[in-house]
Write a protein that binds this ligand. Structure first.
Ligand code: HEC
Length: 110
């Protein structure tokens, strides 16, 4: 194993541990997803797999600017421009990021 590979591995493991400590938020985000997004985007596995982790980062950057824009004019616009999204954006991001389609993780109950 080269030095850079083991460094990469250590980073991946460290991230994995961080994800575990954040799991309360991930579960909260999953709940919000099932309540709010499932009707239009399917179960949690399907929803999170819409994007890679990097894409979720950018969709949720700047208070979720990009994901809010995606819903302008849709029936979900009210949720995205209101308090509901403001309050749950961080948890939703944690859930969707954790199970992004390049994460290798699959939620235990969709
Ligand atoms: C009323 C239906 C509806 C609800 C509820 C809804 N969306 Fe959407 N969503 C849409 C529509 C319509 C679009 C824009 C068209 C498209 O790309 O599918 C969209 C687009 C998106 C996109 C971009 C799609 C892409 O291909 O890049 C993401 C990501 C997304 N929604 C996530 C969510 C999340 C997370 C929630 C819950 C917080 C949610 N949506 C709730 C209807 C909905």
């Amino acid at each position: 194993m080269t030095k850079s590979t083991s460094l990469l591995l250590a980073t991946v493991i460290a991230f994995g541990m961080m994800a575990t400590t954040a799991s309360a938020d991930i579960r909260k985000g999953q709940k919000t997803y099932l309540k709010t997004c499932k009707t239009c985007h399917g179960n949690g596995t399907k929803g999170a797999a819409m994007h890679t982790q990097a894409e979720w980062e950018s969709l949720f950057a700047n208070g979720g600017e990009n994901i809010v824009k995606q819903h302008a004019g849709s029936k979900a616009e009210g949720f995205f421009t209101g308090k509901g999204f403001e309050n749950s954006a961080q948890d939703l991001r944690d859930f969707l990021f954790e199970y992004g389609n390049d994460s290798g993780n699959v939620p235990s109950c969709g």
